[in-house]
Design a protein around this ligand. Structure first.
Ligand code: HEC
Ligand code: HEC
Length: 243
């Protein structure tokens, strides 16, 4: 890992300070991966959307009608919930509904949660992310921003060092993306399956040898809230495809 650290330091020192506009990970992927995402017949994520539709009919349609009623919902999540006094993710909303009917929560990476959030996210495909970080939401946003910029792990690196300062640079074979959350849940070739933003963040945290954030923790919600707000204006791509 010291090689990685040396390489990172070399790239960091060579960089001017740039304030980049939001830019999707889709655009950093290879043309083959982009084509896979863009063609519904090729996008493996659509399988989960179909499974989600079956679950929807069984457990959601009675209250919500057709899945199309969810258009726009994922574009404004995570959302600051004044009643809870903290941001809530789309998966958190789904579990609120599970609780309404006395059903057990789904974990973020269960097939059920991935399928249903893929279906709900899909309804917002192409809409601009529009997360409201104003008013009472500001403290949570600042908490998320602090988590994003603080150095952590044995490599002593912050999210921002890679995803703000080094975005667009090459690290090994891959281009470092801005770390935008607008395609989740998404199909990752390395996972050979659909995965949540929680899982992606665990990958980045273990990459710098840091402790993963507990699923469902206030820190995880704040970090995802900040990431969402930071991606405002990008189009929802769910289910996206990444290497
Ligand atoms: C017993 C009725 C009921 C069931 C069943 C139910 N929901 Fe809900 N759901 C609600 C109510 C009530 C709200 C809050 C109403 C609102 O805010 O518009 C809500 C809100 C939501 C929201 C947030 C909407 C927004 O505009 O922010 C999502 C997402 C959601 N439900 C998804 C689901 C999914 C997925 C299922 C099935 C797994 C489901 N719900 C099952 C009643 C239900
Ligand atoms: C050492 C550099 C590095 C650090 C530090 C890092 N990441 Fe990443 N991150 C990457 C790379 C490289 C990828 C691209 C994925 C790949 O191909 O492995 C990535 C991918 C991502 C993605 C997925 C973007 C997409 O298009 O789907 C998100 C979101 C993300 N990172 C967020 C974070 C957050 C939040 C932190 C801090 C907790 C963090 N990263 C820390 C290097 C880093």
């Amino acid at each position: 890992m010291t090689r990685l650290r040396r390489r990172l330091r070399a790239v960091l020192l060579a960089l001017p300070l740039l304030g980049a506009a939001p830019h999707s990970g889709h655009d950093d992927a290879s043309p083959a991966v982009q084509a896979m995402q863009d063609d519904d017949a090729e996008n493996p994520g659509l399988l989960w959307v179909q499974q989600g539709a079956a679950l929807w009919d069984q457990g959601c349609a009675s209250c919500h009608g057709a899945p199309g009623s969810m258009r726009g919902v994922s574009a404004r999540h995570p959302q600051f919930d004044p009643a809870l006094g903290r941001p809530i993710t789309l998966a958190g909303r789904v579990n609120q509904c599970r609780a309404r009917t006395g059903e057990a929560a789904w974990t973020p990476d269960s097939e059920e949660m991935l399928s249903v959030t893929a279906l709900v996210g899909r309804q917002s495909r192409g809409l601009p992310v529009a997360i409201d970080g104003s008013g009472a939401a500001q403290a949570a946003l600042e908490q998320g921003r602090a988590l994003f910029t603080e150095r952590q792990g044995q490599l002593n690196l912050s999210c921002a060092q890679c995803h703000d300062d080094l975005a667009g640079q090459r690290l090994g074979g891959a281009r470092i993306p801005q770390g935008q959350p607008n395609g989740y849940p998404l199909y990752r070739l390395e996972w050979q399956g659909l995965g949540s933003l929680d899982r992606r963040l665990r990958n980045c945290l273990t990459g710098v040898r840091a402790e993963p954030l507990p699923p469902g923790s206030p820190e995880m919600a704040a970090l995802q809230f900040y990431l969402g707000w930071r991606s405002n204006g990008l189009r929802v791509e769910t289910p996206a495809v990444r290497p």
